[in-house]
Each structure stands twice: as structure tokens, then as C-alpha cells.
Design a protein around this ligand. Structure first.
Ligand SMILES: Nc1ncnc2c1ncn2[C@@H]1O[C@H](COP(=O)(O)OP(=O)(O)O)[C@@H](O)[C@H]1O
Ligand SMILES: Cc1ncc(C[n+]2csc(CCOP(=O)(O)OP(=O)(O)O)c2C)c(N)n1
Ligand SMILES: [Mg+2]
Length: 325
């Protein structure tokens, strides 16, 4: 027997922190958040579905809860927002016992607290078969500093934070029945939302930004479309981790994972040349490496990948698409 619905919610309520913005948290029909005067509310939502986004035999409930919070916080980071609250919808199949349920919520709350925000509400239902998490995140920002996808201009440089392809490489190994090594597994199961970097880059004046969930090329494509510009990416400049490089040396085709694999949750942004010093300082302040990987071109039809030998190609496959996967 598992806890009944309302005992489970009472348990969540006891463990959820209350931050200064939370005027009303878990327990009423709505939560209420206090926002700084003059700031805008930013809202984002992402689903995590069993079999589509995760498998229960590959991840722990704690990590899954934490990832559900992180992927939503990553969207706030991409707009330069500060998180002020998270809402968690759960569809729980009977096979999850009390310990699994508690761990799921504990992971979510731990991740929220790591970013000085809180779980402020949600909904809990029994699910027939598959575990479902539906998360909504709220953030605030000075409206003059909110960064959108549509601001890239010809001559801007294209940058990315962290390293690319680690999560997709871990997923490839999981699919082959091989346990990925710790650092790769962690990048897949416990992505880091670049919240502090996103806020600092917004203040530094980046022209467009997005977080990489579907793959570098797919998410760059969203910036290019919204900005009505083109781009070239220098494949030799992609930032790759030591384990990724090691495996790439034995199998050059793995480069595709860094280009299109997705779930990197790094920030991809464009930088006008006169903002470069400020952006590099912003990255240094929060200790996250950033790397220039290409530039924005005026021709909106241009989408070039430049190989080590200088050959240009137009990538066919760009990333994850739920209706093509
Ligand atoms: N079912 C939906 N109803 C309304 N808006 C949606 C829906 N699905 C996606 N969107 C919106 O479309 C845009 C792109 O979504 P998505 O590709 O999921 O972005 P992200 O990678 O940032 O999660 C976002 O503004 C998102 O809010
Ligand atoms: C079991 C399993 N299969 C496949 C994947 C790979 N995968 C699932 S969703 C996704 C893309 C990101 O998810 P999405 O829902 O598109 O996030 P959004 O772009 O809306 O933030 C990827 C690469 C996975 N993580 N787990
Ligand atoms: Mg989404």
C-alpha cells in the first residue's frame, strides 16, 4: 500500500522550502509569488514522459526529479531570467512505491533549492501505465534584459557554453546495453541549468540565446529562423569533453552526437563584436567555459558546417524531433 494522495501531498509540502518570493506555497488552490517591481514574469513548461524522455531502468527517481527541474530552469537561463518558482504535475503508476515517489520529489526539490527557488504547487494523479512529469517554471527579469531567439545579426559571433555531445553519447551507450562512465552518465541524468551564466550573459548584451535541448544544429536553426539570418559553424571548434574526445578518436562518426544529439542543456548565443569582452568576463565570473564556434551570415538560406579541411556542407539532420524520432 502506498500513501494516499493527500498524505503524499502533505509529505511534499513538509519538504518543500519557502523562498522570499513565495507569498503562498503548497496547500491552497493557487500559489502566489511576489515579483520585484518593474520586472517581467517569464513562464516555461516541459514534459518528461517515460519511454520518450527517460527509462526507469536507466535512471534513479532522485535524478529524474532533479532533471525535470533542471530542463525547465535551463529555459529560464536561456532568456536571462532568475527562477522564482516551479510547479510539478505527476502521473504516478502503481509500480512506484513510497520510496520511489519520495525520491522523485526529493530530487526535484533539491534541484530547485540549488537554484534558490522552490516547488510552489502541482498536481498528482494515478497513471495507468507510464510515469509522467509535467513541469512549469516561473522566472523574473528586467524586461530590457530578456534575451530572445530573434536578435542575431550578421557579423555576430556564435558561442556555446560547456561541452557538447556528452549526454547523447551516454544515451547511445545505454541503448547498447553498456553502462556509460560516470561523467558521461551524469551529463545525461543530471544536466546543469546554466542559470547564473544566462543572467550574466543577458546583462552583458548577447543578441540571441537558446538552450540546447534538441541538438546544436536544431537549436541554432531556431535562432536563425527567428532572426532571419544564416550561419556557419566550424566543426573543429566544437567544445568536447575528454571522455567524448577519447571515444571520438576511435569512431569519428560520433561527432554527429555533438552536432545533433541534444539534451546538452548548454547555452547557445550570439554576440555582437563589441559585447565579447563583457560576455567573456560574465563566463569567467561564474566559472563556465564558453567557446566561439561560428558566425552569423546575412543570407538567411546559408547554413554551413565547415569541416577541418575547409569543406563546406549543408547538414541534413539537425536534431531531435518528437514526430520524426
Ligand atoms: N502544446 C503547446 N501549446 C502552446 N505552446 C507550445 C506548445 N508546445 C510548445 N509550445 C511553445 O513553442 C515554443 C517552442 O517550444 P519548444 O521547442 O518545446 O521549446 P524549448 O526547447 O525551449 O522547450 C515555446 O514558446 C513553447 O512554449
Ligand atoms: C529513453 C530515451 N529515449 C530518447 C531520449 C532522447 N531524447 C528524448 S527527448 C529529447 C530532446 C529534448 O526533449 P524535448 O521534449 O524536445 O525538450 P524541449 O526541446 O521541449 O526542451 C531527446 C534527445 C531520452 N532522453 N531517453
Ligand atoms: Mg519544450
Amino acid at each position: 500500500m502506498t500513501l494516499d494522495e493527500f498524505s503524499f501531498i502533505a509529505q511534499i509540502r513538509r519538504t518543500a522550502a519557502v523562498t522570499p518570493e513565495v507569498a503562498i506555497g503548497i496547500g491552497d488552490d493557487c500559489a502566489a509569488l511576489d515579483l520585484p517591481p518593474g520586472e517581467q514574469l517569464l513562464v516555461t513548461s516541459d514534459l518528461l514522459l517515460e519511454g520518450v524522455h527517460f527509462r526507469c531502468d536507466w535512471t534513479s527517481c532522485f535524478d529524474l526529479g532533479a532533471k525535470a527541474a533542471a530542463v525547465n530552469l535551463s529555459d529560464l537561463a536561456a532568456m536571462g531570467a532568475r527562477p522564482v518558482g516551479l510547479v510539478l504535475g505527476l502521473g504516478l503508476p502503481d509500480r512506484l512505491d513510497d520510496a520511489d515517489r519520495r525520491e522523485l520529489v526529493a530530487g526535484f526539490i533539491a534541484e530547485a533549492e540549488a537554484f534558490e527557488t522552490a516547488l510552489v504547487g502541482g498536481d498528482t494523479c494515478r497513471a495507468q501505465q507510464f510515469l509522467t512529469l509535467s513541469v512549469t517554471a516561473f522566472g523574473t527579469a528586467d524586461p530590457r534584459q530578456v534575451v530572445r531567439r530573434g536578435g542575431a545579426r550578421p557579423g555576430d559571433r556564435i558561442f556555446v557554453s560547456g561541452t557538447l555531445g556528452d549526454s547523447a553519447l551516454a544515451l547511445k551507450y545505454l541503448g547498447e546495453g553498456v553502462s556509460p562512465e560516470g561523467s558521461l552518465a551524469r551529463r545525461h541524468h543530471r544536466p546543469t541549468a546554466r542559470v547564473s551564466l544566462g543572467r550574466r550573459l543577458a546583462a552583458a548584451g548577447v543578441s540571441a540565446m537558446i538552450d540546447i535541448s534538441d541538438g546544436l544544429l536544431a537549436d541554432l536553426g531556431h535562432i536563425l529562423e527567428a532572426s532571419a539570418v544564416g550561419a556557419e559553424i566550424i566543426s573543429g571548434e566544437l567544445p568536447l569533453s575528454a571522455p567524448f574526445r577519447r571515444d571520438l578518436a576511435g569512431n569519428p562518426d560520433l561527432l554527429q552526437l555533438a552536432l545533433t544529439g541534444g539534451e546538452d542543456y548548454e547555452l547557445l548565443f550570439t554576440l555582437p563584436p563589441d559585447r565579447e569582452t563583457a560576455a567573456r568576463r560574465a563566463a569567467a565570473e561564474c566559472g563556465v567555459p564558453i567557446r566561439e564556434i561560428g558566425r552569423i551570415l546575412p543570407d538567411r538560406e546559408a547554413f554551413w558546417l565547415v569541416a577541418a579541411d575547409g569543406a563546406r556542407s549543408r547538414p541534413e539532420q539537425r536534431g531531435f524531433d518528437h514526430f520524426r524520432a
